[in-house]
Design a protein around this ligand. Structure first.
Ligand code: COI
Length: 340
């Protein structure tokens, strides 16, 4: 039996929750990562002139540890996060993190906080690795020193209504990322640019924003906190990775599950917004949102209901398959599960 903290697991949402410890390490600009260790969870000191505070030189990752049906703590495809964190570091001119160094750090922090993993089927322990430029830099230049930190938080559903279909607005006022910019890196700046659009969308009664491509507003990009999919007959379509879209771990897993387990034809292509309106199902995917259906998309002040506005059978089945692999209820034929 895994030991548990005394937490009201049923009321967890997606928020900060102090745990026992966090991981920290530092590096010069050559990637000589050192001083890796667990420290008590808490605030840190940082120069007001640090690269991250002044020029947004920072990236992050997101992954979840679950208490599985086999009564053990498990991670889902941590190798994907390990590879992506280095790609993101490279794009932000920060030292890459060797995959085994990343894995060791994740395992140390997950093991030390194992009693914060919610009980089986009550949520997950969200693991948040962050890398940033620590050293002061007044001129716009890469910092000379970096911090790699990992903290955790037990979480429940990302959206307050769980998997109730989302009411999205396709934004005509904002783009999320520019072509040839940093949209495909998990850069902190990609998320700060969504704060105002999401605030305005929520004030107008929407749940989230659907971003269109900056170089062709007929095409769909992503939701900011998630990737987007559309079902058209037997085809499951998601925008192709053009450089401004995040290559989500859940996105990749859904493509594989849809093809291998459901026999759907999968397509990564330019996705027209107007095709979403006529589609059979729309849903978003991400570590935080898992698989959340989309019930309605408003564009140009006109709401377009997706089918009957309810979660469709394919989204339901893919969610069931994904979650049952993550919780080790179903055999992991892909080799995605990593024991803590
Ligand atoms: C995740 O799904 O883990 C993400 O990184 C999205 C986040 C902005 C909540």
């Amino acid at each position: 039996m895994l030991k548990k903290q005394n937490i009201d697991w049923d009321s967890l949402g997606f928020g900060v929750y102090p745990t026992r410890s966090m991981w920290t390490s530092s590096s010069n600009s050559n990637g000589d990562w050192k001083n890796g260790k667990l420290i008590p969870y808490g605030n840190i000191e940082i120069s007001p002139a640090s690269g991250v505070l002044n020029y947004g030189q920072g990236i992050f990752e997101g992954m979840k540890a679950h208490h599985s049906a086999k009564d053990r703590g498990v991670l889902f495809r941590p190798d994907m996060n390990a590879k992506r964190i280095s790609r993101s570091c490279k794009r932000l001119c920060m030292p890459e993190i060797p995959e085994d160094y990343f894995m060791n750090a994740i395992l140390e922090v997950a093991r030390d906080n194992i009693d914060f993993i919610p009980p089986y089927s009550k949520g997950g322990l969200y693991i948040r690795p962050v890398v940033w430029g620590t050293a002061p830099t007044l001129g716009v230049a890469p910092a000379s020193e970096y911090t790699f930190m990992i903290y955790t938080a037990p979480v429940g559903p990302y959206f307050k209504d769980g998997i109730k279909p989302l009411n999205l607005i396709a934004s005509q006022s904002y783009h999320r990322a520019a072509p040839k910019g940093i949209g495909n890196a998990k850069a902190i700046g990609n998320y700060s640019s969504t704060l105002l659009p999401v605030k305005e969308a929520k004030a107008a009664g929407f749940d989230e924003v659907l971003y269109l491509k900056a170089d062709n507003e007929k095409l769909v990009e992503e939701v900011g906190s998630a990737n987007i999919f559309m079902l058209r007959g037997e085809q499951l379509v998601t925008p192709r990775l053009t450089g401004s879209i995040l290559d989500g771990v859940t996105r990749d897993s859904v493509l594989k599950l849809a093809q291998d387990k459901l026999g759907l034809e999968i397509k990564e292509e330019d996705l027209l917004l107007e095709d979403l309106f006529k589609s059979d199902e729309v849903f978003c995917t991400g570590t935080a949102v898992v698989i959340t259906p989309v019930g309605c998309i408003t564009y140009n002040n006109k709401p377009y209901k997706i089918k009957d506005g309810k979660m469709g059978p394919v989204a339901s089945e893919i969610r069931r398959l994904l979650v049952s692999i993550q919780l080790e209820e179903e055999e992991d034929t892909f080799g995605w599960i990593h024991s803590i």
